[in-house]
Design a protein around this ligand. Structure first.
Ligand code: ADP
Length: 487
């Protein structure tokens, strides 16, 4: 509607300008016509009496000239002919009706017209200058003055302007009606539909194309919008497919990395469940012999139960770790998760003569909003790497603390839980340290390392909105630090 109004206003202004200009042209043409007629008249009369003016003046003075003028003119309507002198005072009846200032060209001998106002009405005076010689040869400057009222020309101009204004008023009405009707139908409504369509696209609704039954530019715009929406929808679908394929691949890689750790732990666990199995089998044999007293029977049954529980716990821990869980975040106490992970890796650490200790800065929960199984994978990778970096036996210190981190761009919180894993193993030189988070980078022998562990850990921590850092010195040891958001 605003556009329609603007079009109406533009049309209106254009019409007013055109009408004003044409009225001005008509009025000035009318004035020119009156002026030319008067000039022709003055020239005709002047030419007729110019030869006899000297003689008339010499014989009868000024009266003679007036007489000569009368015989050649016929005063019709408002046209008046007068003889005027340029050498008389303003009060003299024969002084020109126009002031001397406006008579420059006439005084130089040209025929010219001047407009002067008399009693509120405008008069047009045309002068035909004539030099009059008396008997003594003295020359006086005079002129034939033809005067006419401009009233009728002005009235004509006003009539034209009024007609123009009336035409504008009628045209304005028409214009408003027609432009409003066409504007609303052909521009307003299609534009409103186009605006609605862009809003739909903005909201991500691409499957409702806009049907505009017009074959003008707006129709083309609607078609382009539909095409654009279609292309965005296709692209969105493609991106969604690609990213779900990428997520699936990443999940597979993570699972493969997890199974690699399970394989590494399985050997140690087989050894660990060997001892309780021997106890179970021995006690069962004793029960079967039938030689046990009632109390010994009860003790053996108790031993069988506790050893079976131990085996079940070890197997459950390994199965829990190996299981492929769908991603899910919950509030997890990292102190508990770290303990579970250390427990799982205890056999591997013992085998390598590595002492693992866990410490906390305070005696309160270190809750973070994380995917438990993914973060356990990260912790496992870091601890397994540390164990492998201490070939002759050594120590791993795990420290858990609550920190306030300004570096991470979390919207609502700057509170994080930090887990530091420090070993006194072989450490890394700078060249190795620069590449450790790259996929498939490994310094381990073939079959020992895949180079996936740290890149997967890095991906998981970043996805959690956290950070992973490393400090290491060749021959001294390494410190890995992970920071995870509390909320
Ligand atoms: P992988 O363990 O299969 O080699 P990772 O991505 O876990 O793959 O580790 C990449 C490399 O980083 C290792 O090959 C090793 O050189 C180095 N690295 C990781 N952790 C440590 C550590 N605690 N001490 C020394 N080097 C390490």
């Amino acid at each position: 509607m605003k556009l329609t109004l603007k079009i109406v206003l533009i049309c209106l202004v254009a019409m007013i300008l055109i009408t004003a200009f044409s009225s001005y042209l008509i009025a000035s043409r009318e004035f020119e016509r009156v002026k030319n007629l008067q000039r022709a008249d003055a020239t005709r009369v002047g030419d007729l009496i110019r030869e006899s003016v000297d003689l008339a003046y010499q014989s009868e003075g000024q009266q003679g000239i007036v007489q000569a003028l009368k015989t050649q003119t016929l005063e019709t309507g408002q046209i008046r002919y007068r003889w005027v002198w340029f050498d008389v005072s303003v009060n003299d009846p024969n002084h020109p009706a126009a002031t001397f200032d406006s008579l420059d060209r006439i005084l130089k001998g040209d025929i010219d017209s001047v407009i002067a106002a008399h009693n509120g009405s405008k008069q047009l005076h045309t002068y035909y200058p004539l030099d009059v010689n008396d008997e003594a040869g003295k020359t006086r400057k005079g002129a034939i003055e033809v005067s006419d009222s401009l009233e009728s020309a002005e009235q004509e101009a006003w009539r034209t302007i009024k007609t123009g204004l009336a035409a504008i008023a009628v045209m304005t009405g028409f214009c408003i009606a027609i432009v409003s009707w066409f504007g609303i139908r052909m521009i307003g409504r299609p534009l409103a539909k186009l605006t609605e369509q862009t809003q739909k696209i903005g909201k991500g609704i691409f499957d409702e194309p806009l049907i505009l039954r017009s074959n003008d530019e707006l129709g083309e715009l609607a078609a382009s919008l539909n095409e654009m929406g279609q292309k965005i929808a296709d692209q969105k679908r493609r991106i969604a497919n690609e990213s779900s394929a990428r997520i699936a691949t990443m999940e597979q890689l993570r699972h493969a990395d997890r199974l690699k750790t399970v394989g590494r732990l399985a050997a140690g666990i087989a050894h660990e469940i060997g001892t309780p199995l021997n106890v179970v089998s021995g006690r069962a044999g004793m029960i079967r012999s039938g030689k046990l007293s009632q109390q010994e029977l009860a003790e053996s049954a108790e031993a069988i139960q506790s050893e079976s529980n131990r085996i079940a716990r070890i197997v459950r821990q390994l199965m829990d770790f190996a299981r492929h869980n769908p991603p899910k975040r919950t509030n997890v106490d990292l102190r508990v998760l770290v303990q579970q992970t250390v427990e799982l890796l205890r056999t591997l650490a013992n085998k390598s003569k590595v002492q693992v200790s866990v410490s906390y800065t305070e005696d309160s929960p270190f809750t973070a909003f994380i995917d438990e199984s993914q973060i356990q994978q990260v912790l496992t990778n870091l601890v397994v790497n540390a164990i492998q970096a201490i070939p002759g036996g050594g120590e791993i210190e795990i420290k858990i603390e609550n920190v306030h981190d300004e570096l991470l761009p979390q919207e609502n919180t700057r509170d994080f839980v930090q887990v530091t894993i420090e070993d006194n193993g072989v450490g890394m030189d700078e060249a190795t340290r620069e590449h450790i988070f790259e996929p498939f980078f490994t310094t381990k022998e073939t079959g020992q390392g895949t180079g996936l562990g740290l890149s997967i850990a890095h991906g998981i921590v970043e996805e959690h909105g956290g950070r992973i850092e490393v400090e290491s010195q060749s021959g001294v040891g390494s410190t890995f630090r992970i920071v995870l958001p509390k909320e």
